[in-house]
Design a protein around this ligand. Structure first.
Ligand SMILES: [Zn+2]
Length: 607
């Protein structure tokens, strides 16, 4: 059986890449980028400097210690109080919120599969009411509605606000006056023991009250999970069902991180025509609020240190390279600050290992090292700026093996090798001055079709001369299955900063590899061509760091378990902050529904 675990093979291949590991290690990894602001070289008044480096993003003070409740009524009072405390703490936050939705249709062999999809991305202002500033504005009505829902006339509309609304049970009136709370039982969610309560709105307490179940952890009595809907519903509106999870990322608080929504019924006789699955992810809690007065001091003016002992002024060529480096650094920093790029971290080492494997076997010697970073969003895309290759979290999630990861990265490496990334307009800092939600309008790294074709051709050459040469079947099969879904998944395949991997319903990226790939065989249970979304990368919503998911493989028992590119429910293993495994495991049900997708727990690169 073909091994699906490319993380382990990445570790095995490390011996090939000792040189480049050194390059990767020269940067301190994973410090939150907000604390790394570089002051402009010109001297600043001390007050201004202090202000710009002030701990705007310091952790909120944990809630004061309180007497342990002894009755269930006291427990209710405590979690009502803790919920109000959470709402208050989050008032100063403007996290990123992403919703990806797949409308479903019934396939006789594969069960419900995506038919169309939608994507929303924005920053949410949690200060007064739930408000969103969308990065992608293609629907003028989306900001005007708070309810997720559809209007009359069978026209289905999805309001992303309807998804973000679900981060709290009830922002204003979560209390005994408006709700009945009924204790159900104790239950563990991951490592965390919880008290479970059913919550029903009192009669005549108003529209849109939470109706469902909550899980409350039994130390500080924070709500860690909400599952249900809102009721009663207003005329012409409809509330989605949701399963909302929180993570203990900072002392004393559990912050909303994932919301799964699902509607639809494919059982015999079911009449509803609405059927979808949606994942909402929230991250970037530690990002600075946009548009603050310290904006200018955030720009990294010069990160290039000339440390050669005899240097006077830069030679023309050296100046050119520094100029390009400056453009690259500006873009990477700006995207990180907008909450779109993960800080440099563990996952980058694995990506860089794969890049290094290709570089070394092809004798590629570049004047500046190639770096990698992870775009935090779901749509499948890669791009490169200068010598930095960026790959989206969604794409890393769905790639089945190391050779397909090499395929994705090799296209961008080819752009770099071919000198396609010499544009340096971003070295001018005025081009970094825009609001976060205008990022997509101000930055773009698309290539012309001729460069795309040249990069594809070069990338195939690089792969054929790499350790992945004998394993390109997996990459080709991945592209083939993507090709079968490309028409249904246009939102997932719409790149926002780089080039699309497809044109309409046809995958164009490195399509040469499809020719030699095996046939798609859904019934062949060990043929895993692509994974569900969320299967590999876990994202810390507080500091935006990414790591690989740790989860146990579960055997695939039918073609319906494969779920390539699909949305699945979340089932994170909850842990308390500060315990031995403090990092939240943000995997979802897909991990456990997929044989061989994830035994990466012990596959950390050794260096
Ligand atoms: Zn390209």
């Amino acid at each position: 059986m073909r091994t699906l675990n490319w993380m382990i093979s990445a570790t095995l291949l490390l011996s090939l890449s000792a040189v480049a590991q050194n390059a990767a290690d020269t940067q301190p990894s994973a410090a939150p980028v907000q604390t790394e602001q570089t002051q402009p070289a010109t001297s600043q008044p001390a007050a201004a400097a202090a202000q710009s480096s002030a701990p705007a993003n310091a952790l909120p003070a944990p809630p004061p210690a309180a007497v342990q409740p002894t009755t269930m009524d006291q427990v209710v009072d405590r979690f009502v109080m803790r919920e109000k405390g959470l709402i208050k703490m989050l008032q100063s936050r403007t996290p990123v919120i992403e919703t990806y939705l797949q409308n479903l249709t019934l396939d006789p062999q594969l069960g419900p599969i995506p038919q169309t999809d939608k994507y929303f991305l924005g920053r949410m202002d949690l200060s007064t009411t739930i408000d969103r500033k969308d990065y992608i504005q293609d629907d003028q009505s989306m900001e005007k509605h708070l309810l997720g829902g559809f209007s009359k006339l069978f026209k289905v509309q999805y309001q992303p606000l309807g998804f973000s609304w679900m981060i709290f049970a009830d922002r204003n009136d979560f209390d005994r006056q408006h709700y009945d709370f009924r204790y159900v039982r104790r239950e563990f969610l991951g490592d965390v023991r919880c008290l479970v309560f059913d919550v029903t709105p009192k009669p005549k307490s108003g529209m849109g009250r939470f109706l469902g179940r909550i899980w409350v952890e039994d130390q500080d009595y924070n709500i860690v999970r909400l599952n249900g809907t809102y009721a009663p519903r207003p005329r012409n509106a409809f509330f989605f069902h949701m399963d909302s999870w929180r993570l203990n990322l900072i002392p004393g608080y559990w912050v909303p991180a994932f919301i799964y929504s699902e509607e639809g019924d494919f059982s015999a006789g079911a009449k509803n025509t609405l059927a979808f699955k949606a994942q909402t992810r929230i991250w970037g809690y530690d990002l600075k609020k946009d548009g603050q007065s310290d904006e200018l001091t955030n720009i990294r003016v010069d990160s290039v240190q000339d440390d050669s002992p005899t240097a006077q002024d830069a030679s023309p060529l050296a100046a050119e390279r520094q100029w390009q480096q400056q453009a690259e650094d500006n873009v990477v920093e700006r995207l990180t600050r907008a909450g779109l790029l993960a800080p440099e971290g563990e996952l980058d080492k694995i990506l860089q290992t794969v890049v290094n494997n290709i570089e070394i076997t092809n004798n590629i010697d570049l004047p500046r090292p190639v770096r990698t970073r992870v775009l935090l969003t779901s749509p499948l895309e890669t791009f490169s700026v200068g010598n930095t290759i960026v790959i989206s979290r969604g794409l890393v999630d769905v790639l089945p093996d190391e050779s397909s990861l090499a395929m994705a990265l090799s296209h961008e490496l080819a752009h770099i090798v071919l000198g396609h990334n010499l544009g340096s307009k971003y070295a001018f800092n005025d081009r970094m001055l825009f609001s976060d939600e205008a990022t997509y309008a101000n930055l773009g790294f698309k290539h012309i079709p001729e460069e795309e074709a040249a990069a594809d051709k070069k990338a195939v050459d690089l792969l054929k001369n790499s350790p992945y040469a004998q394993k390109l079947d997996g990459a080709g099969l991945f592209l083939k299955v993507l090709n079968t879904r490309a028409g249904a998944l246009s939102a997932l395949l719409t790149a926002h900063l780089g080039n699309n991997m497809s044109q309409g319903p046809t995958v164009t990226r490195m399509s040469q590899l499809m020719g030699s790939a095996p046939q798609i065989d859904w019934n062949k249970l060990d043929q895993i061509a692509a994974l569900p979304l969320g299967g590999r990368v876990k994202l810390n919503p507080w500091d935006d760091k990414v790591e690989l998911v740790k989860s146990q493989p579960v055997a695939i028992t039918s073609a319906r378990d494969k779920m390539p590119f699909e949305v699945t429910p979340f089932f994170p293993r909850l842990t308390r902050q500060g315990t031995s495994d403090a990092n939240p495991t943000t995997g979802n049900a897909a991990n456990t529904a997929n044989s061989g997708t994830a035994t990466s727990a012990d596959a950390k690169p050794v260096n």
